[in-house]
Design a protein around this ligand. Structure first.
Ligand SMILES: Nc1ncnc2c1ncn2[C@@H]1O[C@H](COP(=O)(O)OP(=O)(O)OP(=O)(O)O)[C@@H](O)[C@H]1O
Ligand SMILES: Nc1ncnc2c1ncn2[C@@H]1O[C@H](COP(=O)(O)OP(=O)(O)OP(=O)(O)O)[C@@H](O)[C@H]1O
Ligand SMILES: [Mg+2]
Ligand SMILES: [Mg+2]
Lengths: 245, 245
């Protein structure tokens, strides 16, 4: 049974794409058959692994999912690319979450791990991704606004969890762009751990410029700067997620 | 005639809210009657000026806009607060941009400046804000992904500009979280100025931790840390926007 991890947070720029990409590369390198799904109309996950977005969104065309999957430069990692087509994005936003879910679930059972990168919103696309997932991972930037939208996010997650047909659980909360020297970082860390307890991963991802340089080379941080602080943290996170089986 | 500035970019976490808040406080302190409109369901602009979001979204209730406006702690600055109500956000997302626009335009003529803070998406709310505005200001983070979604953003802006009934122009592109020491920052700066030329503001906003601390005190950076690098840059930006009359 595939572990389908939805990487979501309506707050923008918190490290959703960076986490989805580096976790999926990490799992593939650890020998797990992995699929990265790009549900964001910006298609950042697609270009971060060196691929081009599709003209038409794979979830809109009625073809079976298998036909839209692409191999990446990482052995064991496939990609379901995103699309920037306004029409298709609008169509998906109007479609019922259930239709998207059944299309998504149709192609993923051949994998050990599926990572879904979501757009920064709580619209239909994110809701569909949550209903199709077995766990949700919420990246949080160590900033003041980070805590603000979280209650809405948790409400949506709880609603999806309560529907019998879904099997969504809390995968974990990840602190990103962590800077030990900043008081704001330490304050947010303490507040998040107070509030969420065990769900928060022990691993934090430090702010590391090589992480933000990697996508301009179409590489994950793991491939671009294997010995950097950011890469070591993502590898540690992979181990922690694997332990939480 | 009010200058209505739409602060928009579908990329998340690029400094839309921080720019809308600090520009609106800056204009108010320069003696301009200013209105800050919070169109983002996260309501970050509302809390950043020390207010609470409304139960119902002011643009959904049929009351005239004037009744939802609130005074802030800054003389000359009023706020149209946001709302986190899922139902109302969904209603707005389904509503025609035209309806939202006529409701918005109804209450703003008493002001010299109106700043609209948009969510990180190109959905109906952002489209409605663009149709109601006289100019669009696009904050860009000096990161690789920053250039990616920009073409889509420009397509939507061009489409809105071409409709006769609108009066939207390019207000400018603002480089945010600028770090002179990073090569990535210098690369994005050069690429953006090559591509967009004069539209890019001379003023850049440096990365400055006091800017991200300010909202936790319900204050703008200008009020929280008046002598900081970030504040000086936002005041310079105010002057530059005023000159572009
Ligand atoms: N640990 C890190 N250190 C430094 N920069 C980082 C780190 N993680 C992410 N970034 C950079 O921060 C920016 C935001 O990250 P990213 O795009 O992954 O966030 P996101 O949540 O997917 O954004 P969106 O809401 O737009 O989808 C990117 O430019 C990315 O390269
Ligand atoms: N110049 C700056 N220096 C340091 N931190 C900044 C700066 N500008 C913004 N920030 C911080 O970066 C984060 C993102 O900024 P902000 O929330 O304004 O972006 P946004 O585009 O409105 O995000 P969203 O897409 O979620 O609406 C916030 O935590 C903010 O405090
Ligand atoms: Mg993303
Ligand atoms: Mg914002």
């Amino acid at each position: 049974m595939a572990r389908i991890v939805c990487v979501a947070n309506q707050k923008g720029g918190v490290g959703k794409t960076t986490t989805a990409v580096n976790l999926s590369v990490g799992f593939a390198k650890a020998g797990r058959q992995t699929l990265l799904v790009d549900l964001d109309p910006q298609c950042n996950a697609t270009t971060a692994v060196g691929k081009q977005p599709e003209e038409r969104h794979p979830l809109v065309s009625r073809d079976p999912l298998r036909e839209s999957l692409r191999k990446t430069n990482t052995k064991g990692l496939s990609l379901l690319p995103g699309s920037r087509s306004f029409q298709d994005v609008d169509t998906l936003e109007q479609r019922e979450a259930e239709t998207i879910r059944s299309h998504l679930s149709g192609g993923v059972n051949a994998y050990d791990f599926v990572l879904i990168d979501c757009p920064p919103s709580l619209g239909r696309l994110t809701e569909a991704a949550l209903t199709a997932s077995t766990e949700v991972l919420i990246p949080i930037q160590c900033e003041y606004f980070a805590m603000e939208g979280l209650t809405q996010m948790i409400q949506v997650i709880r609603r999806v969890m309560q529907e019998d047909s879904n099997c969504l659980e809390f995968g974990g909360i990840l602190l990103t762009m962590y800077d030990h020297n900043l008081e704001l970082t330490r304050e947010v860390d303490a507040e998040v751990r107070d509030f969420f307890g065990q769900i928060v991963f022990d691993t934090v991802i430090p702010r590391d410029v090589t992480v933000s340089e990697a996508p301009s080379h179409g590489l994950s941080a793991i491939d671009y700067a294997p010995r950097s602080k950011g890469t070591r943290a993502y590898i540690e996170l992979c181990m922690e997620v694997l332990e939480r089986e």
